[in-house]
Design a protein around this ligand. Structure first.
Ligand code: PHE
Length: 452
């Protein structure tokens, strides 16, 4: 791709690079850490069914809308709205996205830090010979202390900032292109291993045999939050990445392919984790610590466990990095393009600010665990506010913007690359954007706060 096509902006250089970067953003701790523990807390297969429905009904349309806004606006999340809707307040959606990006980075780096600790623990063979209780205690001791989790969090954010400093072409694309396919292969190996454990079937029926008595409005809201979080939508990540995409690429295909890959990897993670949880008689509903408690247990009780443990935690760090760079990029692109701060300074500024909030989040599992709002810790508040409120609300405004504010001819023009592509289900897409998606998000919201 030649630079002038993007008006001189830095951009992705190949179709495969775009797919890797967007899928790299989507696939992360959300699939491998968050998905299993939320599924575990929400009763299993019935949640999964709702989740899948929401990905198709809302996820793909919101993702396509974001890519469209970004490529049409050729700016960051804030700037694209301001450019496409001059003199209007739509840029507030961009501001909300930047706020969500900060909150997510804060707790994302906490969990990514735990993953780095567990990678080192795996390397040094720390799981071997320990009972389930001892492994549980090991996680308890580690994640409630102050110093080590904080150090890992700082290291993880430094790694994220390092990649972002390289810029889009040299940074994001180069890393994700290699790392993404690697990740899929590793997860497949894990899933195959888990499925061959004795007792694996219990986990499969937990994941795939729905019990509808488990469904209530709280389950719907957490499925909605999980879908948006996992697909990286609702806060402008894909507006930002969309602005780096070449005018010749087919946005429709990117949205569908990324959503399918992200969902398959979440299910693959479920297939790797739940059969093992059941095979060893552990509790699927134990919360954010689930994979850190359950997996070492599995690894140390299976042949080749040392090897699998190292691979798995390496995989998780890689997945977390390709996502965290996409979150940081939302903030950095805004600072660079709107506030005219040079890229290196913008990266440093955003990293330090996110780390500042992040430190409180990390400490909320130990020293600050009594600082709560309702029943939620600082981590819980950040996660709930960002994932279950800001992202779906951002998604709501994004579909309203594309469905009602943008001119039909402009939307068509952008999606068809100026009339070059045939749009097969455009009318359906438009209908979903204007009516189905906004109503569905509104209903889930109002139901969960008790309005209907
Ligand atoms: N989707 C990423 C994951 O699954 C997290 C993320 C959320 C990234 C929001 C960007 C925006 O880990």
């Amino acid at each position: 791709m030649s630079a002038p096509e993007l008006g001189g902006r830095d951009g992705f250089t190949s179709k495969f690079g775009i797919l890797c970067a967007a899928a790299g953003s989507a696939v992360g701790l959300g699939n491998i850490w968050r998905f299993p523990y939320v599924v575990g807390e929400s009763g299993g297969a019935a949640f999964l069914l709702i989740y899948l429905g929401l990905v198709v009904l809302l996820g793909i349309p919101v993702m396509l809308s974001e890519l469209l806004i970004g490529r049409r606006g050729q700016r960051n999340a804030f700037g694209s709205f301001r450019l496409l809707a001059p003199g209007k307040k739509w840029w507030l959606v961009g501001v909300m996205g930047i706020a969500a990006a900060f909150m997510i980075l804060a707790f994302y780096s906490t969990i990514a830090g735990w993953t780095l600790e567990y990678l080192i623990k795996a390397f040094s063979n720390s799981f071997s010979g320990k009972s389930s209780d001892e492994l549980g205690a090991m996680f308890q001791v580690f994640h409630t202390q102050a110093f080590r989790p904080l150090v890992w969090q700082v290291i993880f954010m430094a790694m994220t900032a390092g990649i972002i400093l390289g810029g889009v072409r040299k940074g994001i694309e180069k890393y994700t292109k290699v790392l993404m396919p690697f990740l899929v292969v590793l997860l497949l190996i894990m899933a195959i291993r888990a499925l061959t454990l004795p007792g694996a079937m219990g986990g499969l029926s937990f994941l795939f045999k729905p019990d509808f008595s488990e469904i209530n409005s709280r389950v719907f809201l957490s499925a909605l939050g999980q879908a948006f979080f996992s697909l990286s939508i609702g806060m402008g990540t894909l507006i930002t990445y969309g602005s780096y995409i070449n005018k010749k690429n087919n946005l429709n295909n990117i949205a569908i392919e990324v959503s399918v890959v992200d969902t398959l990897i979440a299910i693959l993670a479920g297939v790797a984790i739940f059969p093992a949880v059941f095979a060893f008689g552990l509790d699927p509903a134990e919360g954010p610590g689930l994979i850190f408690h359950v997996l070492p247990n599995i690894f140390q009780q299976m042949p080749g466990g040392y090897f699998f443990a190292v691979i798995f935690f390496l995989l998780l760090v890689i997945a977390a990095l390709t996502s965290s760079i996409s979150i940081l990029e939302v903030v950095v692109a805004y600072l660079v393009e709107e506030l005219k701060i040079v890229r290196s300074k913008a990266t440093l500024l955003a990293t330090v600010a996110a780390l500042f909030v992040g430190l409180f989040c990390t400490l909320s599992f130990g020293a600050l665990k009594d600082v709560t709002l309702g029943s939620l810790s600082i981590f819980g508040v950040l996660d709930f506010t960002a994932s279950n409120i800001l992202l779906p609300l951002g998604g709501l405004f994004i579909v309203l913007f594309v469905g009602w504010y943008l001119k039909d001819s402009d939307v068509k023009d952008e999606l068809s690359n100026g009339g070059l592509l045939k749009l097969k289900i455009y009318r359906l897409f438009r209908f979903v954007l204007r009516f189905i998606a906004p109503v569905a998000i509104a209903i889930v919201f109002m139901h969960s706060i008790g309005l209907i």
